[in-house]
Design a protein around this ligand. Structure first.
Ligand code: BDP
Length: 723
């Protein structure tokens, strides 16, 4: 145990050496970087006798990770550095994999398949740290948790942790096309090198799996929800198999987005009607074909009858008919269906925010047990702020899965620093009140709200639309790594605080220097609100450029669909602004449980953050600050820009504490963000002033250009657009 104490005390020393910049770093190692963690030499580790079995690929993964984390060594040297058994100071395993663990008689009940415990115990008079689980993957998660404690400078001498994930399926959704374009991706191309698979297995796939396993992600949907049926052909399934084999030791299963019309496109059938016997047989055969290659294949994600995608409604069938047909094909193999609820139609005159609820609630209780309905966090589309989706709590008979977006389609792409932890936290903690106070979205997701009926046997899950690409730093910017990290940590435990997560991530990513950690975390914690402010506060939404969603476009109107315009959402006139979703308006409020509906229906009580989401109000209406709605909106635009300016200054002040490469890129991106925040502010004020005809308050700078200038800007090659 001495070396552990040595590691811990050395960390403290390093933490005190503030001012010493970390070594140059391109961000590839993410939060798993060795960084400044001092590495005890291998002899010291050998003397400490680490005991971790290596009989299975997952055991080996955990052991290798431990070695990598403790001595910075990997590859051929690592295995010989550690004895395979013995009464080590660090004892890792399951009762089945390690007689030493079995001998301890630990209480592993309730840890499930993936949980672990980490405990400081005394064995034969010697201090021992135990990482134990009922199954191998639990020891892997426990190992990463132990390394997290080490890297974040936590004391390691009196550990007593017991952790199990609250949600079963913790999945990334890649919106990756087979030609390597990533829809809404701002980090280069798709990391799936389909053309060279299965022959070439990029080592990056293993690093991808390690990173995900380190935060508890246990599934990945490889292809875009706007799916290409080709992924289900034997040629592609052979490629998918290799990825599944690569990820398996890390506890990660693969899933695929299935195009509903695949039986026609690649199966030669005349229909994809879910009630057609030949269609059902085709999907059963397809499932058998997949499972023959990938025995632990997770299942299908489906976007159906949404934004032009095919689906059961093309044949007069329901979402439940479509989902159940696929669920029946997968059930013999224990596969699941994640059926998306992101549906709306412009032929439907009803408020877009209401449509998913209207389409899905009538089917509550009709889905098979192996179906999860996957619901975006809000009813419109991943806006910088939305109230929680009214479907949460409204389908007690159907397991619902959260869909968050990690990639920043609406929050400035990869160049804007916006930590989404607070956004996720806000939604997870939102109280649906469907079963009284405390009926949070998190409890809908983890099923605990329904334990009385299900006895805890409900399927549970969460999905995050990935921000990963071929960029060396994976996410397009160093700080966007934090959004991937925060998603994973909250998927494991939706009750974690986003501030704690930000701190953890900062320590592992930039080091434990207190002079760095506090300002960086503070900056991260205000960053999302800054985006809300400079893109449109007080509940405004969907005001971005058409198609690519880059930059401001509050003037967007016309085009193919009214519900793809900005004017549809802000409804500004000379008198006022906002979407009336009250009982007297579109009545979207009534999709919430009565206490929440009453709150949102009442313009006096609606939280100001959602004022214009639910109400159409006069520009002259006073807000909490005493300013009118018009002046408050302008104030928030300015506040957003000012916050970004402050973030830049904070970062400049950290130049001595961050390695030059990462510092320079973040600094350059913050400069871009400040310019673009200013652009959002100027363009939005120019536009809304042309409608409100209200003067700017004293001291407020008028936009430097006329509205026509902002409207004339075009970005035909902005990244990530649909294709
Ligand atoms: C929107 C994106 C679009 C996606 C769609 C979806 O703009 O690219 O295909 O959501 O989630 O946010 O299906």
């Amino acid at each position: 145990m001495r070396w552990l104490a040595w590691v811990a005390s050395s960390l403290v020393v390093v933490a005190m050496l503030s001012g010493a910049p970390a070594r140059a770093d391109d961000g590839y190692d993410l939060w798993l970087r060795q960084g400044d963690t001092p590495a005890p030499d291998i002899a010291a580790v050998r003397a400490g006798r680490v005991s971790a079995p290596v009989a299975t690929p997952t055991q080996r993964a955990a052991r290798d990770e431990l070695i990598r984390g403790l001595v910075g060594a990997s590859g051929p040297d690592a295995p010989s550095a550690v004895p395979d058994a013995g009464d080590g100071a660090l004892l890792v395993g399951t009762p089945a994999s390690s007689p030493d663990i079995a001998a301890l008689g630990l209480d592993l009940d309730g840890l499930g398949d993936e949980g672990y415990l980490i405990r400081s115990v005394t064995v034969a008079g010697r201090p021992v740290t135990v990482i134990a689980a009922a199954h191998d993957v639990g020891t892997l998660y426990g190992t990463f948790a132990f390394l997290r404690l080490l890297r974040t400078g936590q004391p390691l001498d009196a550990l007593n942790l017991r952790e199990a994930p609250r949600l079963q399926r913790r999945v990334l959704n890649h919106w990756d096309d087979l030609d390597r374009h990533v829809e809404r991706g701002y980090a280069g191309q798709s990391i799936w090198d389909w053309h060279r698979l299965p022959g070439w297995v990029d080592p990056r796939y293993t690093d991808y799996a390690r990173a995900n396993a380190s935060i508890g992600i246990n599934g990945t949907v490889l292809n875009n929800v706007n799916a290409n049926a080709q992924i289900l052909t034997p040629m592609y399934l052979d490629k998918v198999r290799v990825l599944a084999d690569t990820f398996r030791p890390w506890g990660i299963r693969v899933y695929l987005s299935a195009r509903f019309s695949a039986p026609m496109e690649i199966g030669g059938l005349p229909t994809a009607d879910p009630l057609d016997a030949a269609v059902q047989a085709w999907w059963r055969g397809k499932a058998d074909e997949i499972y023959a290659r990938i025995p632990d294949f997770g299942g299908f994600l489906v976007k159906a009858n949404s934004e032009g995608q095919p689906g059961p409604q093309d044949y007069g069938r329901s979402h439940a008919d479509g989902a159940n047909m696929l669920a029946d094909a997968l059930a013999p193999h224990d596969g699941i269906v994640m059926w998306r609820a992101f549906v709306y139609s412009d032929e439907e005159p009803v408020d877009r925010a209401k449509q998913a609820y209207n389409e899905f609630v009538p089917h509550d209780g009709q889905f098979r047990d192996n179906v999860l309905v996957q619901v975006k966090n809000g009813a419109i589309d991943f806006q910088p702020r939305e109230p929680f989706h009214p479907l949460f709590g409204a389908m007690p008979g159907t397991p619902l899965m959260m869909e968050f977006q990690i990639t920043k389609e609406y929050l400035g792409f990869a160049t804007h620093l916006a930590f989404k932890g607070p956004l996720y936290e806000e939604v997870l903690r939102a109280d649906t009140q469907v079963r009284g106070e405390g009926s949070t979205v998190a409890r809908v997701l983890d099923g605990s709200l329904y334990d009385d009926e299900s006895g805890g046997r409900r399927l549970t899950g969460i999905a995050g639309v990935a921000n990963i690409g071929t960029d060396r730093n994976w996410s397009g910017s160093h700080f966007d790594q934090a959004n991937w990290y925060a998603y994973g940590r909250l998927a494991w435990n939706p009750d974690l605080s986003s501030r704690d997560i930000a701190e953890e991530w900062t320590r592992m990513t930039f080091g434990n220097d207190a002079g760095l950690v506090t300002p960086v975390v503070d900056m991260m914690m205000v960053s999302r609100e800054a985006v809300v402010d400079y893109t449109g506060a007080l509940g405004l939404h969907h005001l971005m450029g058409r198609g690519h969603h880059y930059g401001p476009g509050p003037w967007v109107d016309g085009g193919p669909r009214a519900d793809w315009t900005s004017v549809y959402f802000h409804r500004a006139t000379a008198e006022g602004i906002g979407f009336d979703r009250t009982r007297g308006g579109s009545d979207a409020v009534s999709q919430y449980a009565p206490p929440v509906a009453d709150l949102f229906d009442d313009v006096e009580r609606t939280p100001e953050a959602f004022l214009l989401w639910f109400h159409h109000v006069s520009w002259d209406r006073p807000t909490a600050s005493g300013r009118t709605v018009w002046d408050e909106l302008v104030h928030r635009y300015d506040r957003g820009v000012a916050t970004v300016r402050g973030m830049r200054a904070t970062w400049e002040g950290l130049a001595e504490r961050v390695d030059p490469a990462r510092h320079a890129q973040v600094a350059a991106f913050l400069a871009i963000q400040e310019q673009e925040a200013q652009w959002w502010r100027d363009a939005s004020i120019a536009y809304f002033q042309s409608i409100s005809q209200r003067p700017l308050a004293a001291g407020v700078e008028p936009p430097p250009q006329p509205l026509s200038y902002y409207r004339s800007l075009a970005f035909p090659y902005a990244p990530g657009d649909t294709q």
